[in-house]
Write a protein that binds this ligand. Structure first.
Ligand SMILES: Nc1ncnc2c1ncn2[C@@H]1O[C@H](COP(=O)(O)OP(=O)(O)OP(=O)(O)O)[C@@H](O)[C@H]1O
Ligand SMILES: [Mg+2]
Length: 229
């Protein structure tokens, strides 16, 4: 990582071993630094540890060994409510299967992460969700249910949802995995634009080498370790 840009994410010897019978070493001593505002793509074959890495950075899972810092805070020490607060304040997640709630409209899905906190919000949550749907080009679909939207549209709703808390970091795990290549390229271009305009540090995991050109940097995992490209 060049220059003296502030580091948004640092991992130190990050290791994850799953299972107590048959041990799977999903991640093995990963040292990674991501600068503020960087757009990083993590590639590697199926099973190489991409999702594990993103889940550990986003505190969805706990490391077996090693440490993770986000914005200078060591997140591997957070527990219980601190974890939920940390995720709500810093992280936006985007998943391969969109993970929208089927009985809620696009607008409600975008509002969802902050609905329990809406009384504490210093802004109008519904208005912000409308704005974000506009940002992703879906203002006319606000009251549609997920099943009434195309895959690409559902992923754009999920992107708007990931941004509703104005996160420092967006973690996108195979966000194009369920889309055709053209729609996938549009989604990556949208994430790139949001990264640039909103200065949101973005880590995107994919095994699709064709989207690598959108990144500031590409790293590759193999059998749980970073390898040179
Ligand atoms: N909860 C779990 N319990 C046991 N093993 C797991 C668990 N989650 C992942 N693994 C194993 O850890 C390894 C890394 O998995 P991971 O999901 O991080 O890979 P990936 O690079 O994201 O793969 P893909 O491209 O298929 O999504 C795999 O061998 C997987 O089988
Ligand atoms: Mg994965």
């Amino acid at each position: 990582m060049g220059g003296n840009r502030k580091r948004m994410i640092v991992t130190e010897d990050l290791t994850k071993v799953y299972g107590d019978g048959v041990m799977v070493r999903a991640l093995s001593g990963v040292n990674l630094e991501v600068a503020c505002g960087e757009f990083l793509i993590v590639t590697g074959p199926s099973g190489s540890g991409k999702s594990t890495l993103l889940n550990l950075i986003g505190t969805l899972d706990e490391p077996t060994a090693g440490r993770v810092w986000v914005d200078g805070m060591e997140v591997s020490t957070l527990r219980g409510n601190q974890l939920a607060d940390f995720r709500r304040e810093h992280i936006g997640f985007i998943f391969q299967l969109f993970n929208l709630v089927p009985v809620f409209s696009a607008l409600e899905n975008v509002m969802l992460p902050l609905i329990p906190y809406r009384r504490q919000c210093a802004f109008d949550l519904r208005a912000r969700a409308h704005e974000l749907l506009e940002v992703v080009g879906l203002e006319k679909r606000a009251h549609h249910l997920p099943a009434q939207l195309s895959g690409g549209e559902q992923q754009r709703v999920a992107i708007a949802r990931a941004l509703v808390n104005e996160p420092d970091i967006v973690l996108a795990d195979e966000p194009t995995g369920n889309l055709d290549s053209r729609t996938g390229a549009e989604i990556v271009a949208l994430l790139r634009r949001l990264n640039e305009v909103r200065e949101v540090t973005t880590v995107l995991a994919t095994h699709d080498a064709t989207i690598a050109h959108e990144a500031d940097r590409v790293v590759r995992l193999k059998d749980g370790s970073l390898v040179s490209l």
